[in-house]
Design a protein around this ligand. Structure first.
Ligand code: ZN
Length: 447
């Protein structure tokens, strides 16, 4: 179909520009520069009668919002929520320059190709096509492309909700991620993220006594103590918890009953994850059933001839929904044992995990539209291990899901490894499917 060809070509062009804009968010206020992609999107969306609003939270930190107003103010409002920032990329591990947006063999390579410039681009193209087509629904469609998702949203969604709440007030939200088909005997299963874990990062400061590096015997070296602390945190296993959403995920997978039983048994779930024979899947099983602690950054030491008296360890802690910061403190105390006395812990808490109801009209509409585009498919509710902007809406009681459509070209076992990883890429067919999904969903759900 020629119009679908043109549609896919538009998505590819837009995605490649967004990747090249390199809105890299390293967590500092002065990074991101999302204004580049806000300008790209504003130019792309122009000319079809869409009113474009840009909101500047801080210099360069710009989010764009547009809407197709519904005829009935009481009908539901659906927000398609994309982000324009990406995490940094170290090109040494990549087969293509992460910011060149190479297109090779119908595959677009680059940082953000999966997280989530792909979906942001498809949402923009769908929105423009609907507007150009004169789409006048009953309910309202909002498209937002926000800054700062990869930090904690201070300059993106959190800013909009605090300062311009009307701009993105919605009854339902769809953002990243999901929809990578998992083969099953009864057709492809499409994971839909209904909830996610909370982030509760911890900074551990280990103290020692400074001294001459030539006199190490019996020294109180903070780095040596920190090494033991890192080992204990890494080796710690929090107790497994089987949430309702996890049980529903596993049951939908239609596995051998013995495997289903083991994967939903807190005593056996970790062992069972290794039966799946995929390191990527074992990580997901572990993350969906445990609060995780990962020591990821260490800073300490000044000179090779000075015994360090202070080392800082940053630990990425991801809490299951229902787990609190106090629970995390208890886990860390448990992990550290008698070393706890040697460590000062500070905790910027980014909020608890969140789960949306699975019985909603939007869930049903997504099942219908996805089912039509991927014949024989079923949705599988899923808990997302990583954080997304969906949490800001779930905390306010607004159902928010993570979804998109993908061809089988990138296997579901590889997909989770690409988030923030090397060689991020997306195939053109996946882009086409997601774009059609948003168009058809808007026509179905907002009627
Ligand atoms: Zn993302």
């Amino acid at each position: 179909m020629p119009t679908e060809h043109a549609m896919a070509a538009s998505v590819v062009d837009l995605l490649r520009t967004l990747i090249r804009n390199a809105c890299v968010n390293d967590g500092t206020d002065s990074s991101g520069h999302e204004i580049r992609s806000a300008e790209t999107l504003a130019a792309y969306l122009a000319g079809v009668g869409l009113a474009i609003e840009c909101y500047t939270a801080a210099p360069g930190r710009v989010s764009l919002v547009t809407r197709i107003e519904g005829r009935d103010p009481h009908a539901p409002t659906l927000l398609l929520l994309g982000h324009t920032d990406v995490v940094p990329a170290d090109d040494r591990g990549w087969r293509h320059d992460p910011f060149a947006a190479d297109l090779e063999d119908d595959m677009v390579w680059g940082r953000g190709a999966i997280d989530m410039l792909n979906l942001t681009a498809t949402m923009a193209v769908a929105c423009r096509r609907l507007a150009a087509d004169g789409f006048r629904p009953t309910g309202t469609l909002i498209f937002a492309a926000v800054a700062d998702e990869e930090a904690i949203g201070t300059h993106g969604v959190a800013y909009l909700l605090d300062r311009h709440a009307d701009s993105i007030r919605a009854d339902y939200v769809i953002t990243e991620a999901g929809g990578v088909p998992i083969p099953s005997r009864q057709g492809p299963l499409l994971p839909l993220a209904v909830g996610e874990k909370g982030a509760s990062w911890r900074r551990l400061v280990v103290r020692g006594t400074a001294g001459h590096g030539a006199l190490p015997f019996g020294a109180d070296n903070a780095l040596v103590t920190a090494a033991a602390v890192v080992q204990r945190v890494a080796a710690y296993r929090s107790p497994a918890r089987i949430l309702d959403v996890w049980r529903r995920t596993v049951e939908a997978l239609d596995l051998h009953p013995a495997i289903t039983a083991a994967l939903t048994d807190p005593e056996r779930v970790l062992d069972a994850s290794t039966w799946l024979d995929s390191p990527g899947l074992a990580r997901v099983v572990h993350a969906c059933t445990h609060t995780t602690l990962s020591p990821n950054v260490v800073r300490g030491g000044m000179n090779v001839n000075v015994i360090p008296d202070r080392v800082v360890i940053d630990v990425d802690v991801r809490m299951l929904p229902g787990v609190t910061g106090a629970d995390v403190d208890a886990m860390l105390a448990d992990a550290l044992g008698e070393l706890a006395d040697r460590v000062e812990i500070s905790a910027p808490d980014f909020g608890q995990g969140s789960v949306s109801p699975m019985e909603t009209p939007l869930y049903d509409a997504l099942a219908r539209t996805a089912g039509a585009l991927v014949p024989g498919s079923r949705l599988v509710p899923q808990l997302s291990p990583g954080a997304t902007d969906a949490r800001h809406f779930r905390w306010r009681g607004v159902p928010a899901y993570g979804f998109g459509l993908h061809s089988p070209r990138i296997p579901y076992t590889e997909y989770p490894l690409m988030f923030h990883g090397d060689n991020e890429r997306i195939d053109v067919e996946s882009l086409r499917l997601s774009c059609l999904l948003w168009e058809r969903l808007a026509r179905d759900f907002l009627a």
